[in-house]
Design a protein around this ligand. Structure first.
Ligand SMILES: Cc1cc2nc3c(=O)[nH]c(=O)nc-3n(C[C@H](O)[C@H](O)[C@H](O)COP(=O)(O)OP(=O)(O)OC[C@H]3O[C@@H](n4cnc5c(N)ncnc54)[C@H](O)[C@@H]3O)c2cc1C
Ligand code: SF4
Ligand code: SF4
Ligand code: SF4
Length: 375
């Protein structure tokens, strides 16, 4: 401290895990993404660890170096916001973009298994087949409902992880405490075998936000992430057996009858027992929404190279927002080499204005929800 009581740079103590506890955990907004634990500077000697079902905690507080990395990279803190906004040329409410289009994978086999138009899967395959990546960090099903992080290294593995179809042969598996959010970021460290690796990551906005923060701070291994493919995301869900029974009762269906789930302008559930899908407004699901999602401001994934969603596109098509120069390069490659197609009849200027209007509406509505929660 100077004589006039002005703090000097050396006196400023970085915020650290204690501050995460106060500002994130105690406010009930930890997304349990595992980022702070995986990238903790003291990870080798053990300072913090994940808990069974809740935010991480100190396992050995005395090992904490108070370096502040966990606080900086947590997607729920405001750190690095202005730096990232500037770097990615953020303009409210949907961020920077150079192209908005509705598209689909050219390969009908991809379209059959994909969530929407299979554009994400087609671009990942294009990147792999053109030697631009060694693999992609995505997520795959382990049983009828649950997904886990997955590092796909071949076309077959990328295809295995596409889509959100459910194959319910036999009884519904025990779901227990079930979370639709898949904590892929914590896998990054396990994937890196060499500095020269090049990977793509698919993720919802909070995940891409963490990666951008790590890249900004040069935290290893964020440098191996060469391409970020971001998914739109209004909210994710977390529920247990009691909540599931409540949902079945409220919307008059059984989980065992689910064929496919999709998230667009609402939650769309295709049932084996019904010809038309069940559409549930997000507002009717607020009791099973993950707590972290209540304060999340990011709908259209504005720090990604390209963002993708179903919103605004017809069934069987993906809405694509190309955002960065890198995004432009890979989208053009996938299109020029025939991996994806953009039907002219669905991409008139009127159609594109409608898509844009929907993305703006959902982005504003999500921002308002976050502001209301803060109030
Ligand atoms: C949790 C979640 C919430 C979403 N919310 C919305 C929404 O509110 N509105 C909207 O318009 N669109 C939303 N989407 C995006 C939409 O569901 C499609 O993923 C998107 O349109 C791309 O479709 P596609 O057919 O091109 O993708 P596909 O070709 O089917 O590829 C999807 C890729 O995403 C990966 N993936 C699936 N789930 C996850 C996950 N949890 N974490 C990381 N990677 C994953 C798969 O492994 C696959 O590689 C959401 C997606 C997810 C996963
Ligand atoms: S060592 Fe650093 S990264 Fe790890 S818990 Fe402490 S402050 Fe956070
Ligand atoms: S949101 Fe992720 S990084 Fe932040 S405290 Fe929770 S687990 Fe750690
Ligand atoms: S709503 Fe936000 S916090 Fe929740 S899963 Fe989506 S991106 Fe993450």
């Amino acid at each position: 401290m100077d004589e006039d009581n002005t703090p000097k740079m050396n006196d400023i103590v970085p915020k650290s895990f204690e501050d995460l506890i106060k500002e994130v955990h105690e406010r009930g907004i930890c997304g349990e993404c595992g980022g702070c634990v995986s990238f903790c500077t003291a990870a080798d000697i053990g300072a913090i660890e994940m808990t069974e079902d809740g935010p991480p905690h100190y396992s050995n507080e005395e090992n904490c170096l108070h370096c502040g990395i966990c606080y900086l990279i947590c997607p729920e803190t405001f750190e690095l916001k202005s730096e990232l906004n500037k770097k990615y040329n953020f303009k409210p409410p949907i961020g920077n973009w150079s192209k908005i289009v509705t598209a689909q994978a050219k390969d009908s086999k991809i379209r059959e298994i994909a969530t929407d138009g299979g554009v994400v899967t087609a671009i990942l395959i294009a990147l792999l087949e053109n030697d631009l990546i060694n693999g992609a960090l995505i997520s795959k099903r382990i049983n009828s409902f649950q997904r886990i992080p997955f590092f796909a290294r071949s076309k077959e593995e990328i295809l295995e992880a596409a889509g959100t179809y459910y194959d319910l042969k036999g009884p519904v598996p025990e779901l227990g405490n079930y979370n639709t959010f898949v904590s892929t970021i914590s896998e990054l460290k396990k994937i890196m075998h060499s500095d020269y690796m090049k990977i793509a990551v698919v993720g919802v906005p909070c995940q891409i936000h963490s990666i951008r923060k790590m890249q900004e701070l040069n935290i290893i291994p964020a440098h191996i992430v060469k391409y970020t493919l971001g998914l739109f995301c209004y909210e994710n869900f977390k529920f247990d057996d009691v909540a599931r029974a409540k949902i079945e009762e409220r919307f008059k269906f059984y989980f065992k009858d689910i064929e496919k789930i999709n998230i667009k302008e609402n939650l769309i559930i295709n049932l084996r027992t019904k010809d038309t899908p069940l559409k549930i407004e997000f507002s009717e699901l607020s009791d099973i929404m993950r707590h972290a999602c209540r304060v999340c401001e990011y709908f259209s994934n504005y720090f990604a190279d390209i963002s993708f969603g179903g919103l605004g596109s017809q069934t069987g098509y993906t809405t694509v927002m190309v955002r960065t120069k890198i995004g432009e390069k890979i989208y053009n490659l996938a299109q020029n080499k025939g991996y994806i197609i953009e039907p002219n009849e669905l991409n008139s200027s009127v159609d594109k204005s409608k898509i844009l209007a929907q993305i703006i509406n959902f982005s504003k509505s999500k921002l308002k929800r976050a502001e209301d929660f803060e109030v």
